[in-house]
Write a new protein. Sequence first.
Length: 330
Amino acid sequence: MNEETPTSRNQLRLALVGCGRISRLHCERVAADGRASITALFDPDPAAAQALRFGPAERAVVFPSFAALIDGGQFDAVVVASPTHLHFEQASALLSRGVPVLCEKPLARSRPEIVALIEASQKTGVLLSVAYQRRTWATYRALRRLVRSGDFGPVRAVLSHNVENWQSTIAGTWRDDPQMNPGGFIGDAGSHKIDAVFSVTGLEPSAVFARCDRCGSHVEITATVSALLLGGVPLTMSFVGRGQAFQELLSVHCAAADLTLRDGELWLARDGHSERVAIGEADSDPITGFLDTILLGAENFAPPVCALPVFDLTQGLFESARTGRSITLA
């Protein structure tokens, strides 16, 4: 499978497992980065794999099964972009063979599966990253730097508001199947926003109360969340998966300033005045971050342990919505 070392060739060889919409974006990012090429593809729908084969991954070999790919493919690392219920089995098989993995979110369906993947990565020393893209964006990296600098005092409250026209895209797809996509909009696209809260603040959840609505779909589409982070910091989140246009706001209220990321712009408010903050960080994406870790030894931008607080809050909010009770998480 890996007969040559990555440094003995001009490009790192990447296999892509799952060839849906996000995979096309990954292919475009690979091409833009220039340090890797897609050499192997698998999707249960052969037409989906062939669509990439005759598009952005024109040199890739299409395999009829995941087993055939890992046994016969020529690659140095793998991007797992299959439905959530397949992540654990596929990532586990790759890690056991010493293959670095970039896995789409959510990392796995259950807490035991996430813990097992964390332990497998730690035991083998094989890289496993989660494709939480906001961790690589310049805007979120700048917000994280400011919040964690301590210059504005401790975090006192956090507000997150998230809107997408998500429901209209899922009819007839695996995303509208609660067995394949547990948590719907909140567990899928919403996991990015949940992770962003923990990544920016460094705080983890301790309790949650929530209400959810499937809005006629088979999975959750909307949610309102009132939670506590460790230290008693209040967190308020809203998820609207049936909106008309993309909206995203994350506001971190510190003792001496309010830091708000809104519509791609970062704002700082203090002493009654608000000003826009220049973004000093370079923009990136999960593919570039993954390649930086493999090729340059950069820090893993999203290690698998970051999936645990996301899973805990997500499952807690669904339990709260079912029972009408506040759920203690830690």
